[in-house]
Write a protein of this length. Structure first.
Length: 224
């Protein structure tokens, strides 16, 4: 009995002295590595999911910034509505509404240029769109008005539009006495003054600008 007990003790002692870990500790250590790997993998997956979610959020926000607008044709349609508002405001002789409508029209007409420059799979280039605007009295005038309205001062190029002002008419009222004449202020119209001194009615020039964008889009089959 003593010999058997001694041999068992020796075997257990040799295992401990050989540096082999105890079964429980070894298993705990071996299990911890896969567990850590799985935990790291879960974190990476979570990060990837969060990244994808963030990407989806960013994309959706980018798309929603131009809510209801996804083509240059829709921007041109807005410009047409802005032109109608300008005509109505001028007919009503409301200066604040005229100012708002002119600014809206100028920004919309200039935005058509920007949207066309970002259009894909088209036979024209960004440079050709810019050249089209620069060669047009109407489009370059509203480009200058839009930039002046947005930035207050145009510093990146020399504008070809000099001023925007109202031109009023006076009505002469005659009386039976030729020496008594009365003058009253009649209706006024918004005028755009070019750098070359030429004067253009804002509403009329707006009509020309819309027609020119329509001609450009028809040329490249963007509208019927």
């Amino acid at each position: 009995m003593k010999k058997g007990a001694t041999s068992i003790e020796r075997r257990s002692t040799s295992k401990v002295n050989s540096g082999q870990p105890a079964r429980g500790a070894g298993h705990r250590r071996n299990r911890s590595k896969p567990a850590q790997s799985r935990a790291r993998l879960c974190v990476l997956r979570l990060r990837a999911k969060r990244g994808n979610l963030l990407g989806l959020i960013l994309v959706s926000r980018t798309m929603a910034l131009a809510y209801g607008k996804n083509s240059p044709q829709q921007i041109l349609a807005k410009a047409e509505r802005d032109l109608a508002h300008l005509e109505a405001a001028e007919a009503a002789q409301k200066r604040d509404e005229i100012s708002d409508a002119l600014f809206n029209l100028a920004v919309s007409l200039t935005s058509v240029r920007d949207w066309l420059k970002e259009q894909t799979n088209v036979p024209f280039t960004r440079a050709s769109v810019e050249s089209y605007v620069s060669a047009s009295t109407a489009l370059s005038s509203f480009r200058d008005i839009a930039n002046a309205g947005k930035h207050r001062v145009i510093t990146k190029y020399v504008p070809t539009t000099q001023d925007v002002m109202v031109s009023a008419t006076f009505v002469i009222l005659k009386s039976r006495n030729p020496s008594q004449l009365h003058a009253s202020l009649g209706s006024f119209r918004l005028k755009i003054i070019r750098a070359d001194g030429s004067r253009h009615g804002a509403v009329e020039l707006g009509r020309v600008a819309v027609q020119e964008w329509q001609s450009f889009m028809r040329q490249y089959a963007l509208i019927p």
